[in-house]
Design a protein. Structure first.
Length: 405
C-alpha cells in the first residue's frame, strides 16, 4: 500500500482511538468518583444505594444510584457502553493497520524470533483472545471470592503474557500487545459481563420480579478492575514512542512495576473520593515502582550502565538484513542521521535512538528504509527542523534509491 495512504490511515485511526479513549476513560473515572461520593439518604434503604450532589457548568446535579435497581424502570435509560466498544474497535483497527500490515517494520524482530507477517498477526490476535478467556475464567472461579488472591493471580498472568510477547515480537510490539491485552480485558468486561448483567436486571424489573443483587455485584467487580487497569494501559500505549522502555530486555518486568504504580494512584483517588482520607503512602510506593522501572531501563542502555558504573553489555550477533544499500545513500544517512539514530547516540540528551530506529549500518538502513522514505523524502520531517542541514540534493539521492527499489 502507498506510504502516504498508510500514514493517513494510521493518523485517522489514531485520532479516533484517542477521542473514544478520552470519552471512555473520562466516564470510567467519573463513575468511580461518583460511587465513592455517594451518601445514604432516607429514600433509598441503607446498603442499597445513595445520592450525591455536584456542581458543574453553573448548575447543580442531584445524582442517585441504586445498587440493585429502582422500584420501576425509568422512561429513558442511558447506556454507557459505546465509549468502550468504540475505543476497542478503533484500537484493534489501528493495531492491524500499523503492526500487522507493517509487521516487518514494527512487529517482527529477527533477533527475537523469525516470523512471517501472518504468523506474527496470528500470535498477536491469538494472545488477545486467550488472554480474555483466561481472565474471564479466573473471575468465574473460586478465586473471585477473595479479591486479593484474584488480583495477585491476575497480576501474575499479565506479567506472564508480557514475558511471552517479549519473546515473540519486537520491543514495541511486545509492550503494545500487552497494553492491548489489558484493553481487551477491559472491553470484554463491559461487553460480556457489565452490560449483559444490567440487561438481566432490567428484564426482571419489566417482568415485575425482584432483581438478583449478584448481577450488580459482579458488574461492579469488573468495573473496578477496569478502573485499576486504566493508567497502566495508557502507559503501555504511549511506550512505543520511548525506546528506553521497549528496547530493554527487562521490559516485561517494567510492566509489573507500572501496573502496581498505576493501581496505587487510582487507589489513592478512590479512597479520597470515598472520604476515607488521603493515603499518601500510595504515592510514595508508586514513585518507588517508577524509579525501579527507570533503573531497569538503564541496565540495558549503554549510557545508563555507564552512569551506574556497570560494565558494558556484550551484544549478541544478529543476522544481517539481506539488502544492498548504495554507498551514496549510506553516506547521506550516516552524516545527517546517525548521530541520533545509532545504538549509542552522540547527540546531547539522547540515551537511545529515537523510536528505536537505528541508521548507523547498512543492515539498519535496509530494515528502516520505509521510515526513511516517509520521514526524509515524502516529507521533510527528519532531521527535525533540518538541524543537521540535509540538502535538497541529498534528499534526491534518497528518492532515487527508493525509485529503484
Amino acid at each position: 500500500m502507498d506510504a502516504i495512504a498508510l500514514e493517513w490511515g494510521g493518523l485517522l485511526l489514531r485520532w479516533t482511538h484517542i477521542i473514544t479513549g478520552i470519552a471512555w476513560i473520562g466516564s470510567s473515572f467519573y463513575f468511580m468518583h461518583l460511587d465513592a461520593a455517594l451518601r445514604a439518604i432516607p429514600e433509598i434503604p441503607a446498603g442499597k444505594g445513595g445520592e450525591a450532589w455536584e456542581v458543574h457548568g453553573g448548575g447543580f446535579y442531584q445524582v442517585r444510584k441504586y445498587l440493585v435497581a429502582p422500584d420501576k424502570m425509568p422512561a429513558e435509560l442511558m447506556w454507557h457502553k459505546w465509549e468502550s466498544y468504540s475505543t476497542w474497535i478503533s484500537g484493534f483497527s489501528l493495531l492491524v493497520w500499523v503492526y500487522y500490515l507493517g509487521a516487518d517494520l514494527y512487529l517482527i524482530d529477527p533477533s527475537v524470533r523469525a516470523l512471517s507477517p501472518l504468523q506474527a498477526a496470528a500470535i498477536g490476535i491469538g494472545g488477545l483472545a486467550v488472554g480474555w478467556i483466561v481472565y474471564d475464567f479466573l473471575c468465574k472461579s473460586p478465586l473471585a471470592n477473595n479479591e486479593v488472591a484474584l488480583a495477585a493471580v491476575g497480576f501474575a498472568f499479565v506479567m506472564g503474557m508480557a514475558f511471552f510477547f517479549q519473546h515473540m515480537f519486537s520491543g514495541r510490539g511486545a509492550l503494545l500487545h500487552t497494553g492491548a491485552l489489558m484493553g481487551t480485558i477491559m472491553t470484554g468486561n463491559v461487553f460480556m459481563n457489565i452490560i449483559p448483567n444490567t440487561k438481566i436486571v432490567v428484564a426482571d424489573l419489566i417482568a415485575g420480579r425482584a432483581p438478583d443483587p449478584k448481577y450488580g455485584k459482579q458488574a461492579k467487580t469488573r468495573s473496578t478492575h477496569n478502573n485499576y487497569l486504566t493508567l497502566p494501559v495508557l502507559f503501555l500505549m504511549i511506550s512505543g514512542h520511548y525506546p528506553m522502555t521497549f528496547m530493554s530486555p527487562y521490559a516485561w518486568l517494567m510492566v509489573g512495576f507500572v501496573l502496581i504504580a498505576g493501581a496505587l494512584v487510582r487507589y489513592f483517588y478512590n479512597q479520597r473520593h470515598a472520604g476515607k482520607g488521603d493515603k499518601w503512602w500510595a504515592w510514595a510506593v508508586a514513585a518507588l515502582c517508577v524509579a525501579v522501572a527507570i533503573w531497569l531501563s538503564m541496565l540495558s542502555n549503554p549510557a545508563g550502565r555507564q552512569k551506574l558504573g556497570m560494565p558494558a553489555l556484550t551484544t549478541p550477533a544478529v543476522a544481517a538484513v539481506s539488502a544492498h544499500v548504495p554507498k551514496d545513500v549510506e553516506d547521506v544517512l550516516t552524516s545527517r542521521c546517525a548521530m541520533c539514530h545509532a545504538a549509542e547516540p552522540v547527540w546531547t540528551g539522547l540515551a537511545s535512538p529515537p523510536k528505536g530506529v537505528a541508521l548507523d549500518t547498512p543492515e539498519h538502513i535496509a530494515r528502516n528504509a520505509d521510515l526513511v522514505r516517509i520521514q526524509a523524502v515524502l516529507t521533510h520531517a527528519m532531521p527535525p527542523n533540518n538541524i543537521t542541514e540535509m540538502t535538497p540534493e541529498e534528499r534526491v539521492v534518497l528518492a532515487n534509491w527508493f525509485a529503484k527499489k
